[in-house]
Write a protein that binds this ligand. Structure first.
Ligand SMILES: NC(=O)c1ccc[n+]([C@@H]2O[C@H](COP(=O)([O-])OP(=O)(O)OC[C@H]3O[C@@H](n4cnc5c(N)ncnc54)[C@H](OP(=O)(O)O)[C@@H]3O)[C@@H](O)[C@H]2O)c1
Length: 296
């Protein structure tokens, strides 16, 4: 039974009313010359994407901007996300201006605190007089000015950290999203429920299991892909959308950029198999840098 694959045009509505396309092109490690530029251009043209995810630390904002320009799509029809790096938490407005300049944009649709970690760029250690709550207050101020960002959010925040943020003095904007690792071997059910209760969208990063992914070899995923005559990546991306998360597959391979935005609807039985996959095959987290603590 071949599945009916179609370019995905799903949009979700963020808690401030701004619309977000469900599928974004990821760009982490798209650093070889022209890789980000070409993949962004392909995504926005032949791939019918309307959403690009980058970050200052990826070192490719200039190329992402070139790719957007080369695609020649109306700015108001695309959604661009970038992220504030850890060393810039006391320097938010300048860091954002720098990103906008590199991207050749007047605004981004979404600006995220990349990690809940504020690091002194000189000592490389965490500040003792600044936390992510202070950083969030700076993002709020820029958001309220209404010019450079359409929405603000966080990334890699646990429930505990979100609770701390939301219960802090002077915090009156709820993050629009929390961008975290999510795929069938890391479904994060408690976080999913918590975010739903707060009207915060989950954005699924490393949805294919990142580089050298164990997911492409997982027998259940391979079997489901065979059943629908699609690629394993299309199973993973379709599943993420079906559970109403934004999904950010990365590829610098033209054919994959295009095929990754062609999705289909899984039957309930297969959707449930993927929801429960980690109970059988174990939980896998691929992105867990030393500077962060997911247990806090
Ligand atoms: N906020 C954060 O802290 C954070 C952390 C990690 C990631 N992210 C975001 O999420 C995005 C996605 O995560 P990710 O880059 O870690 O990994 P991913 O999207 O899960 O996987 C990317 C890997 O899968 C390969 N691939 C892509 N499509 C494929 C297909 N159809 N068939 C087989 N292989 C395929 C890619 O190879 P090729 O490129 O060679 O095709 C690449 O090696 C990032 O790019 C970034 O935008 C955010």
């Amino acid at each position: 039974m071949a599945a009916k694959l179609e370019f995905n045009t799903t949009e979700f509505t963020l808690n401030n009313g701004h619309k977000i396309p469900a599928v974004a092109l990821g760009t982490w490690r798209a650093t070889e010359k022209d890789a980000a530029k070409n993949s962004v251009k392909t995504a926005l043209t032949e791939g019918h994407y309307r959403h690009i995810d980058t970050a200052a630390i990826y070192g490719n904002e200039e190329e992402v901007g070139e790719g957007i320009k080369a695609a020649n799509v109306d700015r108001k029809n695309i959604f661009v996300t970038t992220k504030l790096w850890n060393s810039e938490h006391k320097n938010v407005e300048n860091a954002l201006d720098e990103s906008l300049k590199k991207l050749q944009l007047d605004y981004v649709d979404l600006y995220l605190i990349h990690w809940p970690v504020s690091t002194n760029p000189e000592t490389k250690k965490p500040y003792d007089d600044h936390t992510f709550v202070d950083t969030w207050r700076s993002l709020q101020k820029i958001y309220k000015e209404g010019k450079k960002v359409k929405a603000i959010g966080v990334s890699n925040f646990t429930i505990k950290k979100l609770e701390k943020l939301l219960n802090s003095e002077g915090v009156d904007i709820v993050p629009a999203v929390n961008q975290v690792e999510a795929h069938p071997l890391l479904t994060q059910p408690e976080l999913v429920d918590y975010l739903k209760s707060k009207n915060i969208y989950l954005e699924a990063y490393s949805p294919l299991g990142s580089s050298d992914s164990p997911l492409f070899k997982n027998p259940t995923i391979v079997e489901i892909a065979k059943k629908y005559q699609v690629e394993p990546a299309q199973v993973l991306i379709s599943w993420a959308i079906q559970r109403k998360t934004v999904v950010l597959p990365k590829s610098v391979t033209e054919s994959r950029v295009i095929s990754n935005n062609k999705t289909f609807v899984l039957e309930d039985e297969d959707f449930e198999k993927l929801n429960k996959l980690s109970e059988k095959d174990g939980v896998v987290r691929t992105c867990d840098p030393d500077f962060n603590n997911f247990n806090d």
